[in-house]
Design a protein around this ligand. Structure first.
Ligand code: NDP
Length: 234
């Protein structure tokens, strides 16, 4: 039976690849957007993950359209890189609010329906820098590391109800986010990737698809790197 899926930030980039992957497997997939609308074949709900009221309204629309969210992919995220010495408090808190508090907000709202259904899948999109750190990314790395604590705490709270909460930690994936980096930043990242190439959004989607499946029922609180070996050792 088609499951009700929500992918935050599923209107483009990695989120869109995840949304398309799950839709191709037969799920009903909703995606959030902040004004761009939803790509063909996906149900778009307008929501900014920094706004609890917008999230609640989006969930209500999804519930009416395709039923309570059974699979949540918390993917929406931003970067605002700069060295610690120059990082303003606003730059720090804005990134934490979108990437970490945003994930908390959607997970909390989704948990209601999952508890009622006694079944659910949550997948949080973190990053290789969550565990390795990244120069210029005190805000971003902190937000992505925080997702590990979020997922593992949810696992302890809800694991006995057939609800799993896992983390996918992508390495360097070709999207608008990485297109914004300088050529020098991109080639220095490439030099450190054992696979010798950047990742593709579809490769992240494959991992998310597995964690969201019935086959992954006994995988809970895990951090799955999808990074060509970039983060090995953590
Ligand atoms: P993009 O910049 O291509 O897309 C970001 C997505 O997040 C967009 O859909 C954007 O929506 C959405 N978004 C951002 N802020 C908010 C918000 N406040 N409310 C709702 N939606 C929001 O990024 P990627 O596809 O590359 O990244 C997706 C996820 O993967 C992010 O969490 C990122 O940190 C993570 N990641 C990416 C890596 C990479 O190499 N690309 C590596 C590791 C992790 P809108 O279109 O409205 O702006």
């Amino acid at each position: 039976m088609a499951r009700s899926v929500l992918v935050t930030g599923g209107n483009r980039g990695i989120g869109l690849a995840i949304a398309r992957h799950l839709a191709a497997k037969g799920d009903n997939v909703a995606v959030t957007h902040r004004g761009s609308g939803a790509p063909e074949g996906l149900f778009g709900v307008r929501a900014d993950v920094t706004d609890t009221e917008q999230i609640d309204a989006a969930f209500k629309q999804i519930e009416e359209h395709q039923g309570p969210v059974e699979v949540l992919v918390s993917n929406a995220g931003i970067t605002d890189d700069t060295l610690l010495m120059r990082m303003s408090e606003d730059q720090f808190t804005r990134v934490l609010d979108a990437n970490l508090a945003g994930a908390y907000r959607v997970a909390k709202r989704a948990s209601r329906g999952m508890l009622r259904a006694k079944w659910g899948r949550m997948v949080f999109i973190s990053s290789v820098v969550a565990l390795s750190g990244g120069a210029g990314q005190v805000n971003y790395a902190a937000s992505k590391a925080g997702l590990v604590g979020v997922a593992r705490s949810i696992t302890r709270e809800l694991g006995s109800r057939n609800i799993t909460a896992n983390v996918v930690a992508p390495g360097f994936v070709v999207t608008d986010m990485t297109d914004a980096l300088t050529e020098e930043q991109r080639s220095s990242a490439l030099a450190q990737i054992p696979a010798g190439r950047y990742g593709q959004a579809d490769e992240i989607a494959n991992a998310v698809g597995f964690l969201a499946s019935d086959e992954a029922a006994y995988i809970n609180g895990a951090v799955l790197p999808v990074d060509g070996g970039l983060g090995m050792g953590h």
